[in-house]
Write a protein that binds this ligand. Structure first.
Ligand SMILES: [Fe+2]
Ligand SMILES: [Fe+2]
Length: 383
């Protein structure tokens, strides 16, 4: 379960925001914390300089290195957006054209126009407008536009984050290493004396329980992914009231519907005619206008929108949406990094208990680093 917390003046969402806040208050900081505060100051400048709004006429379809696909970047650094985790683009496949078979990280695909099918992990999924497809991590897939109309997909992901993580897999070059004789006796790190070294895998001398267990866990995750849902058809989508007071929600690619999304989710927010939401803030989000017209107030600025425009909501930025059409609903596709935050980043910052006064350090205290003490254990130490 994600950590739940209330916002207090002793809570900072990241260590950087804390360092900058304390620096501004004149609190003594370590040189590392000072550098952190400076980095946060610069990144705050970048966030403020980043346009929170992409007009649809800024989205251009271009021939891309992906054969068969024209790409129209929406939430992308090449139009000056300081994105953190999320990306969004239009992928356009001309009539009768199909893509290469390929694979990559998690992508959420929403079919806007066109008809055809995708081969995903050997299974055929026929699609038409309103359908949504979860391309799972590392799964081979290929899209075929079999209709007479161009296919336009709205494709979103946390590709930016994955690149920053540089999740480079372990690869061996295949050259030599110094194998150790079987009667070598390694030292117990804490002096427990001679230890019996039993291979964890009888067929593989160089392996560890950590690695074997990791493989088992990865296999279990892959199994869970394979058994999860890949597609939701337009007529399977359900509309309900949402946690945003006054609007309605249509879950598309969400765990509640059986999708094993690891990074991002996709849903539609629907605002009734002539209505508006409460002002709120949250993690980074991409809000793409599917239908309707209205405006949003983002950090005090007004941005008028129509179908095809996109909002890139920065983490922690106040915003409020208004549907100005007196007769028609507006519909927004929303991309949120919710599964990712639930699993790994529900509490990245720091909060302190105000009343908790630590013991004060004596004036004449001189700190020492660990290697100034003898912490190595004489070997063999008796248990
Ligand atoms: Fe793909
Ligand atoms: Fe929002």
């Amino acid at each position: 379960m994600p950590v739940r917390f209330e916002v207090t003046d002793r809570w900072w969402p990241t260590m950087g925001t804390r360092a900058l806040d304390l620096a501004e208050k004149g609190v003594q900081l370590s040189s590392g914390e000072k550098a952190e505060a400076e980095r946060e100051r610069q990144s705050r400048e970048r966030r403020l300089a980043s346009p929170p709004f992409v007009r649809r006429d800024q989205i251009k379809l271009e021939k891309s290195s992906h054969r068969g696909v024209y790409i129209g970047d929406i939430v992308s650094p090449d139009i000056g957006l300081a994105t953190h985790m999320l990306s969004a683009e239009i992928q356009h496949i001309p009539p009768g054209v199909h893509t290469e078979c390929h694979r990559h990280g998690e992508r959420l695909v929403h079919v806007m126009t066109g008809t055809g099918y995708s081969m995903i992990d050997g299974v055929r999924y026929d699609w038409e407008p309103g359908d949504s497809i979860h391309i799972k991590t590392g799964v081979w897939h290929q899209h075929f536009n079999t209709g007479s109309e161009p296919a336009n997909f709205f494709v979103s992901s946390a590709a930016r984050l994955l690149e920053q993580m540089v999740a480079y897999p372990l690869v061996y070059k295949g050259d030599n290493f110094s194998d150790v004789s079987d009667d070598f006796q390694p030292e117990h790190p804490f002096g427990l004396g001679p230890q019996e070294i039993v291979p964890v895998d009888p067929n593989e001398k160089w392996n560890s329980s950590v690695h074997m267990n990791r493989k088992e866990r990865v296999d279990a995750l892959e199994k869970r992914s394979r058994e999860s849902r890949t597609m939701i058809k337009w007529n399977q989508a359900k509309i309900e009231r949402s946690q945003h007071k006054g609007d309605f929600k249509v879950a598309l690619i969400e765990p509640v519907l059986g999708f094993d999304t690891r990074l991002v989710t996709l849903s539609i927010h629907q605002m009734p005619p002539a209505s508006y939401t409460e002002t709120h803030k949250h993690e980074e989000a991409v809000v793409w206008i599917r239908t309707g017209r209205g405006y949003s107030i983002i950090e005090g600025e007004r941005y008028d929108w129509q179908a095809g425009d996109c909002m890139h909501i920065q983490p922690g930025v106040w915003h409020q949406h208004f549907n100005t059409d007196p007769e028609r609903v507006s519909q927004h596709l929303a991309i949120m990094p919710t599964p990712l935050l639930e699993q790994v980043a529900s509490f990245v910052g720091l909060e302190v208990v105000e009343e908790d006064e630590p013991e004060s350090i004596p004036e004449n205290y001189t700190p020492k680093l660990p290697w100034e003490y003898d912490y190595s254990v004489p070997w063999p130490k008796k248990p």
